[in-house]
Design a protein around this ligand. Structure first.
Ligand SMILES: *Cc1c(COP(=O)(O)O)cnc(C)c1O
Length: 362
C-alpha cells in the first residue's frame, strides 16, 4: 500500500498527477483504483527456468474488478471538469461496469450499449446495480461501438471507450506501478489484446518512464488475442469474432494501429491463443497460484506457456529476466465459466462418515 503523510492512498490521479493531463481544477472522482499487487508466480517462474522471474499484475483487485477503473477515473473526472452531464460507452462488460460505478460516484448519467447475450453475468449486474441505462443491441461489440461513437459525435455526451484519450492516460499508470515496485523495467510484458487500448496504454507508460530516466530498459510487448477474434494477427477485421473470453471478443480493434506501433517499437509480437489454451491457463492460475481471473485475463499466461513451449524464452539472453503478465479482470465477473469447468460438488447424507469418505482427509 502506498501511503501519503495522512496515511491514505488517494487513487491513481493523485499518485501520478505529474504524468496525467489533470490540474488542480480536475475533480478527484476516485474509488481508490490502482495500487494493485504484483504477485510473484513460483509456478510460471519455475516452468521457464532459474534465470526467469514471472510476476502477475493482478488488475482484478481494482474497485470494479478490472483495469478499466484506472482509465475511467481520469475519463469521468475530465468529463465532470468539462461540465458534461452524461457519458456513453459500448462494452463487452467491464467498461460498462466501470463507467457505471464512476458515473454513480460522480452523480452523472451513464448510458451503456452492449451486444445482446454476449456479456458475462457479473458485469451486467454491476452496470445495472450502479444504475446505468443499459441497452442491448442485436449485434456485436463492433456495431455497438459504431453506434456510441456516432451519438457522442452529435450530442452532449462524452464517449468513455478507450478511444477517449483520458482512458489511455489513466491506464498507463499500471506500467508506472510495475516499475516503481520492481525499481526497474521488466524485460517482457504480456497481456491480452481486445480493442488494444491497454497495450497502447502500457507501452505509453513504459516509454514515459524511460524518457524521464526512471527505468533504463524498455520491455518487449507481447500481446495475445483469442484465436477466434484475432484480427491483428491475421491482418484483417473479423466479421463474427468468437471466443469464450468475452472481454476480448472484438473483430475490429479501435486501437489497432497503436497496437502495431507498440509491437514494432518494442520489438515484441502479437499472437493468438485458442480458447482451450485460455481455459487451461485460467484453471492453472486458480489451482496453482490461487489467483482467480476471468477467461480473457488468462490469455496473457496462455501466451506465456505457448511461447515457452516454442522455445521462445530459451533464446533470450541475460542472467536475470523479468516477465510481467497482466491479469486484466477478476474471476467472479464470469462465474458461469468457472462452474462449467469444474465438477459439481457431490451431495451426501449429513453424516461425518459420509463427508470424511469423500473429503480425502483420511
Ligand atoms: C477490456 C478488457 C480486455 C481487453 O483490453 P483492451 O484494452 O480492449 O485490449 C482484456 N481483459 C479484460 C478483463 C478486459 O476487461
Amino acid at each position: 500500500m502506498i501511503l501519503d503523510s495522512n496515511n491514505s492512498y488517494k487513487g491513481v490521479i493523485d499518485r501520478y498527477k505529474q504524468f496525467l493531463p489533470v490540474t488542480g481544477n480536475t475533480p478527484r472522482i476516485t474509488l481508490l483504483e490502482g495500487n494493485t499487487p504484483l504477485i510473484h508466480s513460483p509456478v510460471l517462474s519455475e516452468k521457464l527456468g532459474s534465470r526467469f522471474d514471472v510476476y502477475l499484475k493482478y488488475e482484478g483487485l481494482n474497485p470494479t474488478g478490472s483495469f478499466k477503473d484506472r482509465g475511467m477515473t481520469v475519463a469521468i473526472a475530465k468529463a465532470v471538469e468539462e461540465k458534461m452531464k452524461a457519458v456513453i460507452c459500448a462494452s463487452t462488460g467491464n467498461t460498462s461496469a466501470s463507467a457505471a460505478a464512476y458515473s454513480a460516484r460522480a452523480g452523472i448519467k451513464c448510458v451503456v450499449v452492449i451486444p445482446e447475450g454476449a456479456i458475462a453475468l457479473g458485469k451486467l449486474a454491476q452496470a445495472l446495480i450502479h444504475n446505468a441505462k443499459v441497452i442491448a443491441i442485436k449485434g456485436n461489440f463492433d456495431c455497438a461501438l459504431d453506434i456510441v461513437k456516432e451519438i457522442a459525435a452529435n450530442y452532449a455526451v462524452t464517449l468513455v471507450n478507450s478511444i477517449n484519450p483520458y482512458r489511455i492516460e489513466g491506464q498507463k499508470t499500471a506500467s508506472f506501478e510495475i516499475c516503481d515496485y520492481l525499481k526497474f523495467g521488466p524485460n517482457f510484458h504480456l497481456l491480452p489484446v481486445g480493442n488494444a487500448g491497454n497495450i497502447t496504454a502500457y507501452w505509453k507508460g513504459y516509454k514515459e518512464y524511460y524518457s524521464r530516466g526512471k527505468i533504463s530498459c524498455l520491455p518487449q510487448m507481447l500481446g495475445f488475442q483469442a484465436k477466434g477474434a484475432s484480427p491483428i494477427v491475421k491482418g484483417k477485421p473479423f466479421k463474427n469474432p468468437e471466443t469464450l473470453a468475452t472481454a476480448i471478443r472484438i473483430g475490429n480493434p479501435a486501437s489497432w494501429q497503436k497496437a502495431i506501433e507498440a509491437r514494432e517499437e518494442s520489438g515484441g509480437l502479437i499472437d493468438s491463443v485458442t480458447d482451450k489454451q485460455i481455459v487451461s491457463a485460467y484453471k492453472m492460475l486458480a489451482k496453482g497460484e490461487g489467483v482467480f481471473v476471468e477467461p480473457a485475463s488468462a490469455a496473457s499466461v496462455a501466451g506465456l506457456i505457448k511461447l515457452e513451449r516454442k522455445g521462445f524464452f530459451k533464446k533470450v539472453k541475460g542472467k536475470k529476466v523479468t516477465i510481467v503478465c497482466t491479469l486484466t479482470g477478476h474471476g467472479l465477473k464470469d462465474p458461469q465459466i468457472a462452474i462449467k469447468n469444474i465438477k459439481r460438488p457431490p451431495v451426501v447424507k449429513p453424516k461425518i462418515k459420509e463427508v470424511l469418505k469423500i473429503s480425502g482427509i483420511i
